[in-house]
Design a protein around this ligand. Structure first.
Ligand code: UTP
Length: 288
């Protein structure tokens, strides 16, 4: 079994649910408290032992790449002014030279197509996928939980959670087999089913560990739900050929691609910060 060292982070979506903010700004650069979504995702991947990162970018996303570059003038100014705390904050934006590559997805043809664009990076290795607009608050980073499940099973693992019936048609949904603790055998996968046709209410959240074989299936460019090349459809073709499990992860997930989910994440993350929590608690009491 090959070790998990690579992560693909697709950021080429249009972010239409967050317009007008995303007209000229990348959704993934929206900050939760004081850190952009993309930085949370990179830090989560690193905490799981990931060493190589591939961003799938598109039009208007260059600020994301800038964010992880060395800001030489800013750093020199901060150093000259003795602003050590501010300098330390930039540490999380440092990526080892050569460890971050970007690939352009010229047209947003779907998540499956975005992942296919990373085929040269993935090569023949297992890889994690993180969708940065899914933000997860947990004791153990979600990708680290998936990585552990990958080490146990040697196969594909996706993060799953139960969703309300009215939300089922927004997700990739599992048909389930045997359950072993938090691991659920995947017997089938269907993207955005109507609730009455859904095999369960267990939905895939934006964290995956996949074997490289999925790329061959993506290369068929079959259009699925919404006319897009769906990752779920390609993953479904892996079932029966390599182990495939859903992991009920520990943690709370916020859909930051959605305005209400994004606002909830602000509150939840601010309340975890000792420097902000008392103030935030006080103003929440005033509003509620
Ligand atoms: P979403 O379904 O959230 O789509 O994509 P979106 O375009 O970002 O946002 P909305 O729905 O229009 O508001 C899930 C993830 O897949 C990436 C997105 O950047 C996001 O991380 N994605 C999606 C791509 O990289 N390329 C695509 O063609 C589609």
């Amino acid at each position: 079994m090959k070790p998990l060292r690579k992560a693909v982070l697709p950021v080429a979506g249009l972010g239409t649910r967050f317009l007008p903010a995303t007209k000229a700004t990348a959704k993934e650069m929206l900050p939760v408290v004081d850190k952009p979504l993309i930085q949370y995702a990179i830090e989560e991947a690193r905490a799981a032992g990931i060493e190589q990162f591939c961003l799938i970018t598109g039009r208007g996303k260059t600020a994301i790449v800038e964010h992880f570059d060395v800001a030489y003038e800013l750093e020199a100014t901060l150093r000259a002014r003795g602003k050590t705390e501010a300098l330390a904050m930039l540490e999380g934006t440092r990526i080892e030279p050569g460890a971050l590559v970007t690939v352009r997805q010229q047209e947003p043809l779907g998540l499956g197509h975005a992942i296919w664009c990373a085929r040269a990076f993935i090569d023949e290795d297992p890889f994690a996928i993180l969708l940065p607009d899914d933000l997860i608050l947990s004791d153990t980073p979600c990708v680290a939980q998936l990585a552990e499940a990958y080490r146990q099973t040697g196969g594909n693992v996706v993060a799953v959670q139960e969703v309300p019936r009215e939300e089922i048609s927004r997700y990739g949904i599992l048909a389930t087999g045997e359950t072993h603790g938090n691991l659920i055998e995947v017997r089938g996968l269907v993207e955005k089913p109507p609730p009455e046709k859904a095999p369960s209410a267990l939905a895939i959240i934006g964290r995956y560990v996949l074997l490289p074989e999925v790329i061959g299936h993506l290369a068929r460019f079959e259009r699925g739900a919404g006319g897009e090349v769906q990752l779920t459809d390609a993953m479904a073709r892996l079932i029966g050929h390599s182990p495939f499990h859903g992991l009920r992860f520990e943690g709370r997930r916020f859909d930051c691609g959605d305005k209400a989910g994004f606002l909830e994440a602000q509150i939840a993350f601010a309340l975890k910060r000792p420097d902000l929590a008392p103030q935030v608690r006080a103003f929440l009491r005033r509003y509620c």
